[in-house]
Design a protein around this ligand. Structure first.
Ligand code: TXA
Ligand code: MG
Length: 304
């Protein structure tokens, strides 16, 4: 079933049951090389599941769980390899959402859950998005309203000496570094599917999306014969656009992140030929917002 987390809606199944996990891949049309995140109800559930945890991983879990941080640990034997796509590591987190935690606790098993969308498409931040995107492929959608963060969890491999960020996400790198010291950010777009959420082309609307060329004002909406939508950070753009979404009139990056996918879902439904998306300030969670916009744009560049 699909359920809300504080980041995006997840499509959950029993992580210790290979057949249940296989149904997730089927419902999402997700390639089998893209591993799933295992969700736990409580921080205290980690050690019983995986045994000894590296001290740096335990410290991050203690500080940020429940919350939008996914950590890598060794895959325990009770989790079948399909969940981790055969990797020796397992991605795991405790979501900060009461519905999610009660559901996982009631299930009494670790819950494997990717975002509840078709592979490569926009992540769902509302139950309606799940129904629209996955429809009959999902048995149940638990509606917990719009998600708080609106952008996926930050994925970190903290097993080595210096933590490596595998995917930018809702937990800002600046917050992480307060606990860990300097981290390395691996964009992961270099070919190996370390974290396919980090593939160059991902998180894309159906409508072609592009970022305005640096230094060129995106300004006038009118291109003869073309309907265009605009995704703005805080100020409404000049010109006449068919559809405009403003992420945060007060210029608040947390609000912008929370509204990102929702705004893209709406622009996608507006019947425009193209979406122009303006980057947000490259700081805090703004880095993850820009990361998603670049990847959505890359889908359309690589398609041509
Ligand atoms: O916020 C989130 O993380 C949401 C909610 C539902 O928890 N989940 C989510 O899952 O974004 P998904 O499947 O859309 O993205 C998970 C990413 C994938 O890109 C996957 O490759 C990466 O996590 N991942 C999973 N296991 C991994 C591992 N062992 N090593 C490296 N990356 C891993
Ligand atoms: Mg996803």
């Amino acid at each position: 079933m699909a359920f809300p987390t504080e980041t995006v809606y997840g499509l959950g199944a029993n992580a210790s049951d290979a057949r249940a996990a296989a149904r997730i891949f089927e419902a999402k049309a997700r390639p089998s090389f893209d591993p799933l995140i295992t969700h736990l109800a409580d921080v205290a559930d980690l050690e019983p599941l995986v045994g000894a945890v590296p001290p740096a991983v335990a410290a991050l879990a203690a500080r940020f769980w429940p919350g939008p941080l996914t950590l890598l640990v060794d895959r325990p034997a009770v989790i079948p390899p399909i969940v981790t796509s055969g990797l020796a590591t397992m991605a795991v987190r405790v979501p900060d959402n009461a519905y999610a935690r009660r559901l996982i606790a009631a299930a009494g098993v670790p819950v494997a859950a990717p975002s509840a969308n078709r592979f490569g498409q926009l992540s769902p931040t509302r139950a309606e998005h799940v129904v629209r995107g996955l429809g009959g492929a999902v048995d149940v959608v638990l509606d917990g309203g719009p998600t708080r963060c609106g952008i996926e969890s930050t994925i970190v491999d903290a097993r080595g000496e210096r933590p490596v960020v595998l995917r930018l996400g809702a937990l800002p790198v600046e917050e992480l570094e307060k606990v860990t010291g300097p981290v390395t950010i691996r964009p992961g777009s270099s070919g190996q599917p370390v974290a396919p959420g980090a593939l160059a082309a991902h998180y894309a609307p159906r409508t072609p999306l592009r970022l305005p060329a640096a230094g060129v004002a995106a300004t006038s909406g009118s291109v003869p014969g073309m309907l265009r939508g605009y995704l703005a950070f805080r100020d409404r753009p000049a010109g006449d656009w068919t559809a405009v979404e403003v992420l945060s009139v007060s210029g608040d990056l947390t609000e912008a992140a929370a509204r990102l996918f929702e705004a893209l879902h709406r622009l996608d439904a507006a019947g425009v030929d193209e979406i122009v998306a303006e980057p947000v300030p490259e700081t805090g969670v703004g880095r993850a917002v820009n990361d998603r916009l670049r990847r959505a744009a890359a889908t359309w560049h690589s398609a041509n």
